[in-house]
Write a protein that binds this ligand. Structure first.
Ligand code: HEM
Length: 409
């Protein structure tokens, strides 16, 4: 097998895993051109090109999802769905799909629409405010809480607890001073979810909801244990929250900073779909996907060893000039708007994409219907959330005016 070290030096002055680096997109473009497979300063491999990222995402036998530190072994019960090897992954995924199936998602649209209207009324009443805290956070939190069967009054807890976990050391590390696994990482979160499971196990007639289905469905001839059910539930609360929040925030940012996009989407509601996809392409909420090599392999002639870490560059793939015309431009007229990698690809492609798109569409449609104009302060500086793989603003302090007549912008 021919191997080469070409490209390894390309990261000497640029870390593709540092999304806060100045000129990050110029750096990624250089990698795509000169070193499509390169070493990051932390030792992980980085794939910069769309075709390599897609091919590797499909090859789940060679590249296994893993956010864990090298050497961390996690009991099977505590593997999140995306870490579980096939064929068990496919079985657990089918149960998860049942929670976020089309016919269930449709039912949350009126709830999301009513919520968005209410949130905007509040924002308009104060002439604007922080769109992250007052719009992007509550929408996915409420929707995923509703789908998973958590009481409405507790929904604010998910956002807080999801943030705690995502910004903490789990799952990279398995233990902390409070204990191991998720229970050690966040005892309140796990106790709450354990209680949801216990109540349904003990009920003579459990509610017909996702948690009941999760614990009653058989996978590989047996039901999930309580710990397995908890693991997947927590993962769903987190994945249904964090990413969609950033998508809504990033779209709001685009609308607040590009009046021509605001006006175009207001004039033609069909363009909202393109706004969603183009935001996912240029500002993907998940910037990298982390994998571990299960055996020695090679990508584009670069040799990798068992247990090597590898990052799929989602944000880089989405701007690959061999794949997208004018890749750095925000365009609402792309011929294949969904052809980006924002939701991943292969067997782990996001099962929540339909739900995320629905929430994003309702959030933007409601905003465009009620808001006449929206802007950020002249001195606004986009500060990214402190999670290395995530992309979305910490705050978006907008001022806004109401739409006075239909079609006004
Ligand atoms: C804009 C919003 C979202 C984005 C950008 C996003 C992105 C992604 C990506 C890139 C993956 C692939 C991960 C990998 O290959 O390692 C993924 C997987 C996943 N997502 Fe999403 N996601 C979003 C919303 C959601 C929602 C709303 C849910 C749940 C309700 C969800 C649940 C999941 C689950 C369970 C997986 C793991 C699937 C598997 O491994 O088979 N996501 N998501």
């Amino acid at each position: 097998m021919m191997t080469t070290t070409a490209g390894r030096d390309a990261t000497a002055d640029f870390d593709p895993l540092d999304t806060t680096a100045p000129d990050v997109h110029a750096g990624l473009a250089r990698l795509r051109a000169e070193a499509p497979v390169s070493r990051c300063p932390n030792g992980a491999w980085f794939l910069a090109r769309f075709d390599d990222v897609l091919a590797a995402a499909k090859d789940v036998e060679t590249f296994r999802a893993s956010f864990r530190e090298a050497g961390v072994v996690v009991p099977e019960e505590e593997q999140f769905v995306n870490e579980i090897p096939e064929p068990r992954h496919g079985h657990v995924r089918r149960i998860i799909n049942s929670a976020i199936a089309q016919h269930r998602i449709g039912r949350v649209e009126p709830i999301a629409r009513e919520l968005c209207g209410r949130l905007l009324d509040d924002l308009l009443a104060t002439g604007g405010g922080d769109m992250v805290a007052r719009y992007s956070v509550p929408i996915p939190t409420t929707v995923i809480g509703h789908l998973l069967g958590a009481p409405v009054e507790d929904h604010h807890l998910w956002a807080e607890w999801s943030d705690d976990v995502v910004q903490g050391t789990y799952p990279t590390q398995y233990r902390n001073e409070r204990g191991s696994g998720l229970a050690g990482a966040h005892p309140e979160f796990t106790a709450y979810v354990d209680d949801m499971i216990r109540v349904r196990r003990e009920a003579t007639v459990p509610p017909d909801d996702f948690v009941t289905r999760l614990i009653e469905t058989e996978v590989d001839g047996r039901r999930l244990t309580d710990v397995e059910a908890r693991t997947q539930l927590v993962f769903l609360f987190i994945s249904g929250n964090e990413t969609t929040r950033h998508l809504i925030s990033n779209m709001t940012y685009v609308l607040a900073t590009r009046p021509e996009v605001f006006a175009a989407c207001k004039a033609d509601g069909d363009l909202v779909q393109n706004l969603i996809e183009e935001t996912l392409r240029l500002l993907p909420p998940i910037q990298f996907l982390m994998r571990t090599c299960t055996h020695a392999t090679e990508v584009d002639g670069t040799a990798m060893q068992t247990d090597d870490k590898i990052a799929f560059g989602v944000a880089s793939a989405n701007r690959d000039e061999t794949h997208f015309a004018e890749p750095q431009e925000f365009r609402l007229d792309r011929p294949d708007p969904r052809g980006h990698f924002g939701f991943g690809g292969g067997p782990h492609v996001c099962p929540g994409a339909t739900l995320a798109r629905l929430e994003a569409r309702v959030a933007v449609e409601t905003l465009l219907a009620r808001v006449g104009s929206m802007r950020l302060p002249d001195d606004f500086a986009f500060e990214k959330v402190p999670v290395f793989w995530a992309y979305g603003p910490q705050t978006l302090p907008v001022t806004m005016t109401p739409a006075t007549t239909e079609g006004e912008s």
